[in-house]
Ligand binder design. Structure first.
Ligand SMILES: Nc1nc2c(ncn2[C@@H]2O[C@H](COP(=O)(O)OP(=O)(O)OP(=O)(O)O)[C@@H](O)[C@H]2O)c(=O)[nH]1
Length: 306
């Protein structure tokens, strides 16, 4: 699939975002990471490779780290098993989660605390009181960072929305939580006093040279719509779905009642526009993307371990 994608995307308008506030966010994030005991890196389970920040390894060095593949509900069990095996072979600690429903958050919280337990061993040895473990949540836009934090805290402390770029600043959420609840709900604060969470805005690389990865980010709604041509992206999605053994041309044909030429997604979108949207290609393209994002073709990962 990746070789096809490379070929298909060569002639398209490149997916591109404007560096704007990226440099500022990067600088702030690097500063904040110095205060963090354990980093929780969130990726989109449908595209764990394309949601890997190329500089993350450099920034994190040998800092304690947990990899979270969020949106586990949007991939099949076979995809999940393939990724679990891949990361376990690499010796990487991975947690599969669902930020909407909270699956995986208990394991995540336990793992974060156990990985950073050494912090308080050292503090005690120095005669200091223990302090909460500080976990920083990082990852691309819209992968589910804020939803996961809300689930971890069982409170809506961070705005979460179905569009990229909602979180705009670094924010310690647990400080607020303690402050707001210390008198009212002592049991709750005691229970969770051992973990502090830092939410951060979605971070993208300044430039992306891998257009196949960029298209997948667009398909999965992990970058803003201004960065890409919706019709181009939907056409590529049609070609990808036609090729996927678990979807195939038949599923497209049945859903939209249009003949599919697996080689030409653009023609498919144009036919759909004529059939349902008075020739409006943008609306037709948006329908296909939104059907994919809602799981109308089943839950499929767009990447498998290489
Ligand atoms: N199906 C599904 N949807 C999820 C999951 N996690 C989050 N979402 C949805 O994905 C959208 C984005 O989630 P956010 O938590 O706002 O993502 P974010 O990474 O904080 O986004 P930025 O603020 O842009 O960095 C929201 O509509 C969530 O409800 C999940 O595991 N499964």
């Amino acid at each position: 699939m990746d070789a096809d994608l490379y070929y298909w995307t060569r002639a398209l308008r490149p997916v591109q975002w404007y560096p704007g506030h990226i440099a500022k966010t990067e600088k702030e994030l690097k500063e904040q990471l110095k205060l963090i005991d354990v980093v929780i890196e969130v990726r989109d389970a449908r595209i764990p490779l394309s949601t890997t920040h190329p500089q993350m390894d450099l920034w994190l060095g040998n800092r304690k780290r947990i990899l979270v593949l969020n949106r586990e509900d949007m991939i099949s069990t076979a995809d999940r098993n393939a990724w679990a095996m891949h990361f376990s072979r690499q010796g990487t600690k991975v947690v599969f989660s669902n930020g909407q429903l909270g699956m995986g958050t208990m394991k995540l919280s336990r793992l974060a605390k156990s990985l950073a337990a050494g912090v308080n061993v050292k503090r005690r040895a120095k005669g200091l009181l223990p302090r909460p473990v500080r976990a920083g949540i990082v990852g691309y836009p819209n992968v589910g960072k804020s939803s996961l934090i809300n689930r971890l805290l069982k409170r809506r402390m961070c705005p979460a929305a179905p569009r990229p770029g909602v979180t705009r600043e670094l924010k310690y959420v647990f400080f607020w939580f303690l402050f707001l609840n210390c008198d009212i709900d002592v049991k709750l604060t005691r229970k969770r006093k051992d973990l502090e969470l830092l939410d951060s805005p979605g971070i993208l690389p300044m430039r992306i040279s891998d257009q196949a990865a960029a298209i997948k980010l667009a398909i999965c709604d992990d970058i803003g719509e201004r960065s890409y041509d919706v019709a181009d992206v939907a056409a590529i999605l049609v070609q990808m779905l036609a090729k996927l053994p678990t979807v195939g041309m038949k599923a497209l044909q049945n859903r939209y009642k249009i003949d599919v030429d697996g080689q030409c997604g653009k023609m498919f979108i144009e036919k759909l526009a004529l059939r349902l949207f008075n020739g409006d290609v943008h609306q037709a393209a948006f329908r296909v993307l939104s059907d994919f994002r809602k799981g109308k073709f089943g839950w499929v990962a767009l990447e498998r371990p290489r």
